[in-house]
Ligand binder design. Structure first.
Ligand SMILES: *Cc1c(COP(=O)(O)O)cnc(C)c1O
Length: 481
């Protein structure tokens, strides 16, 4: 390579390597121990960051120790610290220690999972974990299959492709132009709007997504869904997929899965459940009933990089239909290794081709925590969410969502002031994040502006709830009484 004797970017002699790994270890551990004392939210503009980076022109090599230290410093200074215990955020977790170690192993071994024969250990480790998750949903080990994805959006895209391929056998060769009508599908108005991008990417067009109205409790109105399906069929459209969201992103509400499963069966639609964050409760015997009906899904999205505390990106697409995966992603080439009897090559059953080992970190964390360790964490965070809800209500805030999950939406603006509400709650959220001690966000629930706080971090304690309430202060007297 370069012939340099100082440790290089590609290799280093054992002593230098050991020093660099020690440095990495101390930087990571320093971050884990110190993040609670950092501001959770950075204060920086794109211009400042670009000026800083212009100092790196890549003209001459730099010392690896310096590059490691300086890069960590940039991350420390200019990141919303989702690992901060006061981050009541958007499901971005504090990664489990075994998850971080698993990522490091994955990076170092760099197994290529496209073909089974290239990475037998990693492919089978992932399969083992996926089966476990499928069984927790209520499927038998035999029928339960799936794969890891970059996240929930890719998993939802895959669910849509499976549904299309099953509903329209000619679609694979002819495309949507070969169909007699327009394929349309159904998700609630409170669903995750990756569905719009997915409809776009699949060539269906964004208007193919029917956003079904919700009831006042923000759950999908399944009767309205049935009515929309009837109307679409009458108009010559081609319904093919019904999506239930278990744990909406804004409010954590749960669509009525048993009713939706029955509707999908009656209408012969693929039934996909988007349980990207809340699917984690499947690991708790106590909370699993929250997901009742999910076992009737054809496919499910469950992100490990949300409530299962994995470093990003780690989603899963779980399904009972291996045949649909094979039909959708089938391909044969001369240059790939030959297939292995009694095993799937992931490049023929998933959207990705080159594929990193996404599931090793979850395998290692599950093996270390046990299912019960996960269940305890999830139940504890659920209890903290309940406590946060009670404390906010006791302090005079109005709770605007209803969910058994640790996601609390609230406001101090009465319904009578919808015009002022959006700006006001945005201001409150900005004030909280500017404190650096807590991080919450603003959202809308069925159009109503609300604040939103979600317990996403296993390191969050009661004392962080108290800090959040202190930083929030009392409800705005201008709107009270
Ligand atoms: C987060 C989320 C998604 C998207 O998942 P990514 O991992 O961010 O791609 C989809 N659906 C729901 C309900 C989510 O909360």
């Amino acid at each position: 390579m370069t012939g340099r004797t100082t440790p290089g970017a590609f290799q280093a002699d054992p002593a230098d390597r050991a020093r660099l790994f020690d440095l990495l270890s101390s930087l990571i551990q320093g971050h884990i121990d110190g993040v609670g004392d950092l501001p959770a939210t950075p204060d920086v503009t794109p211009g400042e960051l670009r000026r800083h980076l212009s100092g790196y022109d890549f003209a001459a090599p730099l010392e690896p120790d310096a590059v490691l230290t300086e890069t960590a410093a940039m991350l420390r200074r200019w990141t919303v610290h989702t690992t901060h215990p006061g981050y009541f955020g958007l499901f971005n977790p504090n990664p489990a220690l075994m998850g971080v170690l698993g990522e490091s192993l994955t990076a170092a071994f760099n197994p290529q999972l496209a073909a089974w024969s290239h990475a037998p250990a990693a492919v089978e480790i992932e399969r083992h974990v996926l089966r476990f998750l499928g069984e927790r949903l209520g499927w038998s080990g035999e029928e339960s299959t799936g794969h890891f994805t970059s996240g929930g959006a890719e998993a939802n895209l895959t669910g849509t492709l499976l549904a299309l391929t099953r509903a329209f056998p000619r679609l694979a060769e002819d495309g949507v132009r070969g169909l007699s009508g327009r394929p349309v599908f159904y998700a609630s108005a409170e669903s995750h709007l990756a569905w719009l991008k997915i409809a776009h990417m699949c060539g269906l067009g964004r208007d193919a997504v029917r956003l079904v109205p919700v009831l006042p409790d923000l759950r999908m109105d399944h009767r309205a869904a049935a009515e929309l399906i009837r109307r679409d069929r009458r108009d010559g459209h081609l319904p093919f997929l019904l999506v239930g969201t278990s744990g909406t992103t804004s409010a954590g509400t749960l669509d009525p899965l048993p009713e939706l499963a029955a509707l999908a069966a009656a209408e012969d639609l693929w039934f996909h459940v988007d349980a990207a964050w809340a699917g984690a409760v499947a690991l708790s015997d106590r909370l699993r009933p929250v997901l009742d009906g999910i076992e009737r899904a054809d496919s499910v999205t469950l992100d490990a990089h949300k409530w299962l505390a994995m470093p990003m990106g780690a989603g899963t697409l779980l399904t009972r239909h291996l045949g649909a995966l094979r039909d959708t992603f089938r391909v044969a080439t001369a240059y790939m290794p030959p297939d292995t009897p009694d095993a799937e090559d992931p490049y023929t059953t998933t959207a990705q081709w080159s594929r990193r080992a996404i599931g090793l970190k979850l395998f290692m964390t599950l093996a270390t925590a046990g299912r019960t360790g996960y269940a305890e964490m999830i139940e504890h965070q659920t209890a903290l969410g309940e406590e946060l809800r009670e404390r906010l209500a006791a302090a005079g805030w109005t709770i605007t969502n209803a969910t058994p999950l640790p996601l609390v939406c609230f406001t101090d603006v009465p319904d009578a002031h919808p015009d002022k509400a959006a700006e006001h709650v945005r201001g409150v959220a900005d004030r909280v994040t500017a404190s650096g001690r807590s991080w919450i966000s603003a959202t809308r629930l069925a159009g109503r502006p609300s604040l939103r706080a979600c317990v996403t971090n296993f390191a969050t304690t009661e004392s962080d709830l108290r800090t959040l309430l202190a930083v929030l202060g009392p409800p705005d007297p201008a709107f009270q009484g």
